[in-house]
Ligand binder design. Structure first.
Ligand code: LFR
Length: 480
């Protein structure tokens, strides 16, 4: 027929979903087949992903999705399962917010200095990069038994198909990939004593990843063969692919649990200045580089809302909109906010420590978070343009944060640039489009984006006022 159907499995830190995308010459529609919570579990060993519950959610989703031409899987990055010599999973994958990597990076840098590591891999410092997780795992009984490491989307793809691979965009978050070649950095692995044989062979978005196993067909009621197609399995790679940009003069902010703010480039920026600014060079579709900064994102608000006993979010945001702007701001890029728990108190403490008014009510804390996120967005967009020598005219906001009109407007104000917000389900759309492309239904990245621009309807926010007070808040934060 004229239209193809593709199931996108898209797993986020707080929920997973199976979406069905229908793609035709002038058509791109997304419907939700199934959504399920992703609830990390704290065991005596630490914070773990309940990956069996996620897999069960994926199977439920494929059952509700009905007949599709292909399936693709994306999720958050860096985390992984370890398999034994028989291919069985060794324990629940460790959550990237687990405390096991505390102090580990410093140990790694004693062998391979941070400057050299950045020059070789272009990856930002984050305590949870797979490289540091592996250093933390070394010496454990589980790691000794491990013969294979599969990143989360690759693990689920393996369970669906029986075939193992390592998808490149997500592999680029391990800190073991050279972003200039798109291949493993044998030098980094060698110097740190990491056996690259742990990883299955690399595959790229668009590559076939097998077909659903007979048992999966039976469990989902689908009729085979159903191919599984490699997508940009890092959710952020899929989301950036779904930015409906008209040309290359754009910045993007993928909003959700995180804000990932930066540029799409054709080559990495590996300078010392870029390292100091903690920009990452992760890989995107078709040899592109996702040059961006990780900002704590709506995690800050999610954790507060959880602490407040889940009040109505709409009412809270409406109240926050009436709180005076920029009274106090925190550094939304600070890894101090990474761990779960006590978020309202931690934000209050950060304000107190920097000599600013301490937000008291939930509306005041919410306003502080949104102002702080907008300010961090401004910083990332400005720094990225300067460090990469790549000016932009517009900021595209995609992902869950597009639903937060106040955040979008504040981001436009802070950046002094128009914000084009949408699509919300960008990661799922990018996942669907890469499958559709592999099956000949859409052209290159430009063609994908033109189809998005024609079929999705983003909301535009014009910047209000001048950026002077944002500049002042920036200075205040830098000077503390
Ligand atoms: C967003 C994301 C970010 C990554 C973080 C941890 O969902 O994938 O890109 O830095 O999660 O994996």
């Amino acid at each position: 027929g004229d239209v193809g159907s593709y199931a996108a499995v898209d797993l986020g830190a707080s929920s997973g979903r199976v979406m069905v995308g229908r793609v035709g010459p002038d058509r791109l529609e997304l419907t939700e087949a199934h959504r399920f919570p992703n609830r990390p579990v704290r065991t005596p060993d630490g914070l773990r992903w309940d990956v069996l519950a996620l897999y069960a959610g994926v199977l439920d989703g494929l059952r509700s999705a009905g007949p599709v031409d292909s399936v693709g899987v994306d999720s958050w990055a860096v985390d992984h399962g370890l398999l034994d010599a028989d291919g069985a999973l060794l324990g629940n994958p460790v959550h990237y917010r687990d405390a096991r990597t505390e102090g580990v990076a410093e140990r790694v840098w004693a062998t391979l200095p941070a400057e050299e590591l950045y020059a070789a891999t272009g990856l930002q410092y984050a305590p949870f990069n797979t490289l540091y997780q592996l250093a933390a795992a070394r010496g454990t009984a589980q790691f000794a038994a491990a013969r294979r490491l599969l990143l989360i989307p690759d693990l689920l793809t393996y369970w669906l198909t029986g075939e193992q691979g390592t998808e490149l965009t997500n592999a680029s978050t391990t800190q073991l990939i050279d972003p200039r070649t798109g291949d493993w950095s044998h030098e980094v692995a060698g110097r740190l004593g990491i056996d690259l044989g742990l990883f299955a062979p690399l595959r790229r978005p668009g590559d076939p990843a097998g077909v659903l196993r007979p048992e999966v067909l039976e469990e989902t009621g689908l009729t085979g063969p159903v191919p599984v197609t490699t997508v940009g399995s890092h959710d952020t790679a899929s989301a950036v692919a779904a930015v409906p940009a008209a040309d290359e003069r754009f910045a993007y902010i993928c909003t959700g649990t995180w804000s990932l703010a930066g540029l799409e480039l054709t080559a990495p920026v590996l300078t010392e200045e870029s390292r100091a600014a903690n920009f990452t060079n992760e890989l995107g579709l078709d040899g592109t580089v996702r040059y961006l900064r990780n900002i704590m994102g709506l995690w800050l608000l999610q954790e507060c809302v959880r602490a407040w006993g889940d009040p109505d979010l709409g009412a809270l945001l409406a109240e926050a909109a009436r709180v005076p702007a920029l009274r106090s701001v925190v550094d939304a890029g600070d890894p101090a906010f990474l761990a779960p728990g006590r978020m309202p108190e931690r934000i209050a403490e950060a304000c107190r420590a920097s000599g600013q008014p301490v937000p008291g009510t939930p509306a005041e804390v919410t306003r502080c978070i949104l102002d702080s996120l907008a300010l961090a967005h401004r910083g990332a967009v400005a720094d990225a343009q300067r460090l990469a020598g790549h000016p932009v005219d517009v900021v595209h906001v995609v992902g869950g944060g597009t639903r937060n009109a106040l955040l979008c407007q504040l981001t436009a104000d802070a950046c002094g640039l128009p914000v084009v917000a949408g699509p919300t389900e960008a990661a799922a759309l990018g996942n669907v489009l890469v499958q559709a492309r592999a099956h000949g239904r859409v052209g290159d990245l430009g063609g994908m984006r033109r189809l998005l621009a024609r079929t999705q309807s983003p909301t535009r926010y014009e910047p209000r006022g001048d950026t002077a007070r944002w500049r002042a808040a920036e200075t205040r934060l830098a000077d503390r």
